[in-house]
Every structure is written in structure tokens, then in C-alpha cells.
Design a protein around this ligand. Structure first.
Ligand code: GAP
Length: 456
């Protein structure tokens, strides 16, 4: 199979309804994308898989749903007002604006710009004669820091006092609720708070489809712990996140760890898990040892005591936080690349397939009447019954071969064909997407058969 490029994937997603350009009929808005009928189901299933892996299957783990708009003091305490910025420079020739670190990483990912100071980045760009991606010249302004937070105003008067921010990370919603969750769940340390939700960043650089967007979703997970346990938990969550990706069908050789040398303003240690996208390795997950940075600052700015008193030893300390964060949109993109195949068939034709694991496939099963005129009523009856349990696709349009192909690229793992045998003997045929093999099953066994194969 030929290598699938990013442009190929954009086309596949647009053609079949996974992802469309945002505000499409107006010509789009840079770095925004809308999930279509298939994409939104896939994304929701991936979010459910995270819920299962990080919340349901772990002890002392709680999900919350905090607001996007928060008291602006949160972002002063978190350091985002002063430090959440990108190093930007302009091309003097064509006047386009770029992130210095991206220029370097896109030129050669082994240069690792995230380990460099501003001065080192300028030097590196000059030394390697790194060209402007737009015009090809290497003639840039100095680097300036540009804050990535989107601002808006609340109330009727627009002034400095009315500024609120669209959250640039979910994590702070979990930190400001640390005391609430601890009290209402009567938890002792360690315990975890997770949340899935939108985050916003005023990214100015081209995004590689949904890899870098201005509005995106994060699945963030904070474990509050004794400082003594933090190194062990940090290593544990590095591995746990990798296991999560592997559980979704991503092979280990498409994943790698990248330990950070230069750390974000809040971190004591940080490591990404990267996936091998067509443009190179790209971060999908981050594990961070945030130390007591966040809770200490929230204590300072809010006046609320964050100190924990160990009920057994009476030891007092501000908990450390180990964060495990996953970008939903990046994970969806990785799964699309990992699943899509243009398969050469023995008869010389090709078929497009999405090999999603059944647990995350947008539709678990399709129901097709073999001949619409004769089998429609029975097929609709089966479809309606199955929709009580699963997302089911009903398709009666076109030849059976064409319908199988459509199901393949929609990633439907099981396709049920309803024919005379169904009407006369209660038997259905199931076709398997990946092998194209078929078996016959009693209709009464169908629901349990599918249920067993879609466990998260
Ligand atoms: N709370 C920590 C935090 O926000 P981050 O590494 O800045 O850390 C976490 O972001 C994850 O969010 C990243 O691993 C990535 O998957 C995703 N992410 C970050 N910026 C993004 C963007 N502009 N577009 C899409 N996903 C993004």
C-alpha cells in the first residue's frame, strides 16, 4: 500500500463524513475543523475508552465537568498570564509569521527546538539556513513572545477588569476543585481527578489538519499525591498512557517517548508520547510531574489552605500533582491514520477500509436487506431492535457489493445481511470487515455475539 499523506487523509475524512473544514461554506476559518457523523461517533467512542481506562478501571478516580470560563485570577496563579507564550518571528521578505520552534522542528525533528533558549533558536535558524515555509528565504525578525490565551469580556463594559479567558488547558478546573472533590468523596491521597473538555489556544502556525488547532479537546488526569510517591507515579503514568494507546490498536513501533529537556513553567519533569504521523513524530500525550507548583500558587492567590494532613502519620504537605494528558483530536487523527488502508484485492481491484477496533468503531454493526423489495421489513425490524444496544447503520441503497465497500470505509466491523434464510429459518449472515469472511448465525444469538466483541 502506498503511503497515506495528510492531504489524502483530509480528503478521506471529507468524502465520508469524518471531518470537514470548519465554516466550510464561508471558505473556512484557519485551523478549525468540524467532526461529521462518523467523526463525532469515533471521537465520542474514544472519549468513552479514556473514561473506561482512566476513570472506571482505576480506584479513587473521579471525573468532573468544570466550566471553560474561570475566575481570571486562576490564570494569574497558574502562570499562564505571565508565561504561556510562543516564540514568534516574522519573515522580513514575505511578512508571514511563524513559531521559531516549529520552523526548527519541521526542518529537522532531531534538532529538538523545545530544549533551546530564544537565543539558541535564532542561532540554530541562522546556522542551518532554515527557510521560510512560504517564500523560501532565511531572513527573519528577532523572536518576540506572544501569549496564546484567547480573551473575551464579560458584562457590558469592555475594560481590563472585564477580561475573562477561554481556558488554555483543562487542568486548572481540576486543581480549583481539588478541595471540593477531596471533601465530597472523602478521599485520602493519592486520588485522581479527570476531565474531558475543550481548550483554546491562539495558535498562529499552520496546523497539519487537526493536529494543531485553535479549539481542541483534552482528556486530562491529575493524581494528587505525597511528594515522596511522585517519581514512582510519574513513571507509572508514562507507561499507563502508552498501554492506553496500545489498547486502542496502535502498534508500539508507531509510538515513542520524548523526555523534555526544557520544561514548561509548572513542570519538574515531563515526557511526551509521540505518534509517527506522515509529517513525522508528533505529541499525542504528556506526562508531567507538576510538583506543588499549582496548589501552592492557588493557596497563595485564593487564600484557601491546600495543605494535606496525612491521617495516619500526621505528616503535613502540599500535594504534588502527576498529570497525564491526551489530546482527543490528535488521538483521533492517529487512529484514523493507523486504521486506514487501501487494500489490493485478489481480483485486481482495491477497497478502502478503516480497521477500527470494534470498541471505538463509529457503527458497531450494519444491517443490509439483500433485496430491498423482499427483505426490507425484516431487516428494519432487526435494525430497530439492535439500535437499543448499539450504533447501527442501515443501508438499502445500491448493490450488496457497493454497500459492503461503504461499510468497510465507515469501519463497520460486522455487517449483517438479511435474506430468505432470515425470513424462513431465523438465520442471518455476518460479514467481517477485516477478513471479508462470512458466517451464519441464529438471529437470537446476534445481540450477544456483537456485545461480546465490543468491550472497551
Ligand atoms: N495541562 C497540560 C497541557 O495542557 P500540553 O502539552 O500543552 O499540556 C496537552 O497539552 C495535550 O493537548 C497535548 O499532548 C496535545 O495532545 C493536545 N494539544 C495541545 N495543543 C494543541 C493544539 N493546538 N491542537 C490540538 N491539540 C493540542
Amino acid at each position: 500500500m502506498e503511503k497515506i499523506t495528510m492531504d489524502d487523509m483530509v480528503n478521506v475524512c471529507k468524502t465520508y463524513g469524518y471531518i470537514y473544514q470548519g465554516s466550510d461554506i464561508y471558505g473556512g476559518l484557519a485551523n478549525t475543523w468540524d467532526y461529521g457523523p462518523l467523526g463525532s461517533k469515533l471521537k465520542n467512542n474514544i472519549k468513552d475508552s479514556w473514561r473506561s481506562f482512566f476513570i472506571r478501571q482505576r480506584m479513587n478516580a473521579y471525573e468532573i465537568d468544570a466550566d471553560i470560563l474561570m475566575n481570571p485570577k486562576v490564570w494569574v496563579a497558574s502562570g499562564h498570564v505571565s508565561s504561556f507564550s510562543d516564540p514568534l518571528l516574522d519573515c522580513k521578505n514575505c511578512k508571514t509569521r511563524h513559531r521559531a520552534d516549529n520552523l526548527i522542528n519541521d526542518f529537522d525533528s532531531n534538532l529538538h527546538a523545545d530544549g533551546m533558549s530564544k537565543e539558541e533558536m535564532v542561532k540554530c535558524i541562522k546556522e542551518h539556513n532554515i527557510p521560510c515555509p512560504k517564500c523560501g528565504k532565511c531572513d527573519f525578525t528577532d523572536i518576540r513572545e506572544f501569549n496564546l490565551m484567547f480573551e473575551t469580556n464579560r458584562g457590558v463594559i469592555k475594560d481590563d477588569k472585564s477580561i475573562v479567558y477561554l481556558r488554555p488547558e483543562n487542568a486548572q478546573g481540576e486543581y480549583v476543585n481539588y478541595l471540593n472533590v477531596k471533601r465530597t468523596t472523602r478521599s485520602n491521597l493519592p486520588f485522581s481527578i479527570g476531565q474531558i473538555g475543550k481548550a483554546f489556544r491562539n495558535e498562529i502556525t499552520p496546523g497539519n489538519f487537526t493536529f494543531r488547532t485553535i479549539e481542541f479537546e483534552q482528556m486530562e488526569y491529575q493524581t494528587f499525591c505525597n511528594p515522596q510517591d511522585s517519581d514512582e507515579l510519574y513513571n507509572y503514568f508514562k507507561e499507563y498512557a502508552k498501554k492506553y494507546f496500545i489498547s486502542l490498536g496502535i502498534p508500539e513501533d508507531k509510538l515513542r517517548y520524548h523526555d523534555h529537556e526544557k520544561l514548561a513553567h509548572y513542570a519538574k519533569a515531563a515526557c511526551d508520547i509521540e505518534y509517527l504521523f506522515p509529517f513525522g513524530w508528533g505529541e499525542v500525550n504528556g506526562t508531567h510531574n507538576r510538583g506543588d507548583f499549582d496548589l501552592t500558587n492557588h493557596q497563595k492567590y485564593s487564600g484557601e489552605k491546600m495543605e494535606y494532613i496525612d491521617p495516619v502519620t500526621n505528616e503535613r504537605y502540599i500535594p504534588y500533582i502527576i498529570e497525564s494528558t491526551v489530546g482527543v483530536d490528535r488521538l483521533v487523527l492517529a487512529i484514523l491514520f493507523n486504521s486506514y488502508e487501501v487494500e489490493e484485492l485478489e481480483d485486481g481491484t482495491t477497497r478502502e477500509v478503516m480497521h477500527f477496533l470494534p470498541s471505538i468503531a463509529p457503527y458497531k454493526v450494519a444491517v443490509l436487506p439483500l433485496i430491498k423489495k423482499f427483505h426490507n421489513d425484516k431487516a428494519l425490524e432487526i435494525y430497530k431492535e439492535l439500535t437499543k444496544y448499539f450504533d447501527v447503520l442501515y443501508d438499502d441503497a445500491g448493490s450488496i457489493g457497493k454497500r459492503y465497500r461503504r461499510c468497510d470505509v465507515y469501519g463497520v466491523p460486522f455487517v449483517v445481511t438479511v435474506d430468505d434464510n432470515t425470513i424462513n429459518d431465523n438465520k442471518i449472515t455476518i460479514r467481517f470487515r477485516d477478513t471479508m469472511e462470512q458466517i451464519t448465525l441464529d438471529l437470537n444469538e446476534l445481540k450477544d455475539y456483537i456485545q461480546d466483541k465490543i468491550v472497551l
